[in-house]
Design a binder for this molecule. Sequence first.
Ligand code: FAD
Length: 321
Amino acid sequence: MHILVVAEHDGHRLRPGCLTALGCANSLVRDPDDRVECLVLGHHIDNVAEDAARFVPVLSADGPSLHNPVADRYARQIADVVVTSAADVLLAASSTFARDIVSRAAGLLGGAMASDVTAVQYDGDRLVLQRPMFAGAVTARILLHGQPQIITVRPTAFEPADEAGAACPITPVAVRDEALPNGITFERLDSRSSHRPDVTEARIVVSGGRGIRSADDFENLVGGVADCLEGATGSSRALVDAGITPNELQVGQTGKVVAPELYIAMGISGAVQHLAGMKNSRVIVAINTDPDAPIFEVADYGLVGDAYEVAPQLIDRLHAS
Ligand SMILES: Cc1cc2nc3c(=O)[nH]c(=O)nc-3n(C[C@H](O)[C@H](O)[C@H](O)COP(=O)(O)OP(=O)(O)OC[C@H]3O[C@@H](n4cnc5c(N)ncnc54)[C@H](O)[C@@H]3O)c2cc1C
């Protein structure tokens, strides 16, 4: 079996989610003939290719038309490499990048796709996949009928790949810039610069919900605790819908799925759609004025109290320690 992992990177290094996708791919290797390769796409990506080559052999698609991750071009390039390299499985971390690009490549390939996979195991020669459905209320076991198989995996569900020991080979693949689609023009990236880590990559996430009443309060209370712990900030959808927090902070069924070592929920009720994005966190702390809030059912530590009183005290204590 040939497994091709699509790299997600920041222009310099692989993103942590990609390392877990590689870890998942490596766990599928059973025979000496099985092989895992990592496909790196972009322009001037030698650093990324070298980073990926610490783990597995790399196919490097480097060309000016791949400078930005524009879905139509990336999808076509990925599909071409899957065909020419005769990959059986195309695998990637489940992320907005994959939702946009890998699923489009799946459409071009006409294979069978499963997204958001949380476990993979063999049943004889068949791959049996597990994925959550209905906001995590049900775990489905599925078989894909079709070739190639396209799978995106939840980074929180797999261990990152181990390094190979010695640098693996990097093989350039042809990029026919003029033949790639040109239907989408990259205009600009609007990204709020933040000194905090990405919510999907942080070891500690401090999240706020409707109990936090303004953007300033969110920054002072939720952001204040996060900064003391060098953590990321997250948000319930209620605050995103109210325009208090940006969309990229939303945790939950229609937001990001996180599983940090510590998740602190302030003023979040614990709706099932929010739990779907954080209930696998190692330690959950809830601060809520309502002792009957459902968040306490999943919390390891619960504090019935007003976030406006608790957070400043927490910040003072953390500064003092
Ligand atoms: C299809 C669909 C998808 C959805 N996807 C998501 C998603 O991805 N993520 C998500 O979060 N939601 C999602 N939702 C919305 C979800 O159902 C809830 O409405 C939302 O999570 C509620 O956010 P909240 O907990 O901040 O607000 P609320 O449910 O209003 O809870 C606020 C909590 O704050 C407490 N509180 C109030 N004041 C204070 C204070 N001063 N100190 C401490 N506690 C206080 C209250 O007791 C209450 O428990 C989705 C809904 C649908 C239908």
